[in-house]
Design a protein around this ligand. Structure first.
Ligand SMILES: [Fe+2]
Length: 287
């Protein structure tokens, strides 16, 4: 992982210790000597925590593929599992240097991500945001996304289209579309899981890290350019800045709406990917 002001998670059997290395944060596995005469080394693979395996098995059952949205009972089930998840379950710790960083902040801190698991139906990813880093306003076309803030303090702003009927269609450049504000709040870990749906729950959202953060995202289905589920980016403009005369938003309600304009992929959306070396899921066959 190529994030500033970090450290590393060192695993010894089931115990994690933290060490600051090269001003970076990354997952590593401790290597141990099996036979010092042959100098053979072997990585210690941490045991999968029950809750992480439970999350994987439930995702296998819940996500039925593109064009489907999990029913409320399944959403409740996944939320109850995610609400129990702690940083340690994915090989992290609040003692990691990355999360304790208090030094000067870079002008454009980069976000890092790691993928725990991905298949056609769903993916499990973790995003690491240094303080002040932003995942700019973006959408999740046709997707249901569960976000669990594992560590840190983060501002989340999200919108849904007022007219979602054509929300899957490409929007002409420079065209403003009315959106309703869903969330505009600060979240501090540990907190409950938030869920967004294809047309509700804040499908278009932005994360801004107030302190260094780690967010576990469950996406069903994942992004796929092939399946027309690419990520689009937006900038939001206050409702009061423009009015096309066709909406009936009162002055009192105007703070609950905004205009979204699709923009080119912003520079601060670039992320660094790293290999996930936390506890490994045991793949089971789909029921
Ligand atoms: Fe997102």
């Amino acid at each position: 992982m190529m994030v500033e002001a970090g450290g590393l998670v060192q695993q010894r059997k089931d115990i994690m210790t933290i060490r600051h290395v090269n001003n970076k944060v990354r997952y590593v596995t401790k290597t141990i000597k099996k036979n010092r005469y042959k100098n053979r080394k072997e990585s210690v693979v941490p045991r999968v925590p029950k809750v992480l395996q439970e999350l994987f098995v439930s995702c296998r059952e819940v996500f039925k593929g593109p064009g489907t949205v999990p029913p409320a009972s399944d959403v409740k089930k996944l939320c109850s599992i995610l609400d129990k998840m702690k940083p340690e379950h994915v090989g992290l710790s609040r003692n990691l240097e990355f999360f304790k960083a208090t030094g000067p902040v870079k002008v454009t801190p980069r976000v890092t991500y790691t993928t725990i698991y991905q298949c056609a139906e769903f993916s499990l990813c973790i995003f690491f945001l240094p303080a002040t880093a932003v995942i700019p306003l973006h959408n999740h076309p046709g997707m249901t996304v569960f976000s669990k803030l594992l560590l840190g303090k983060m501002h989340i702003k999200s919108y849904d289209w007022v007219d979602p009927v054509n929300s899957e269609d490409p929007m002409p450049p420079s065209q403003l579309r009315l959106a309703r504000l869903n969330t505009d709040s600060v979240f501090t870990a540990p907190c409950d899981t938030s869920v967004l749906y294809p047309t509700t729950g804040g499908n278009i959202h932005q994360f801004t890290a107030i302190t260094p953060c780690a967010v576990l995202d469950v996406l069903g289905p994942p992004y796929s350019k092939q399946d027309n589920r690419d990520c689009s980016y937006y900038k939001d403009i206050p409702y009061s800045a423009f009015s096309n005369g066709e909406t009936t938003v009162s002055e009192e309600e105007s703070d609950c709406f905004g205009w979204l304009e699709e923009i080119e992929v912003p520079e601060n959306s670039q992320m660094d990917g790293i290999e996930y070396l936390g506890p490994q899921i045991i793949e089971t066959s789909c029921l």
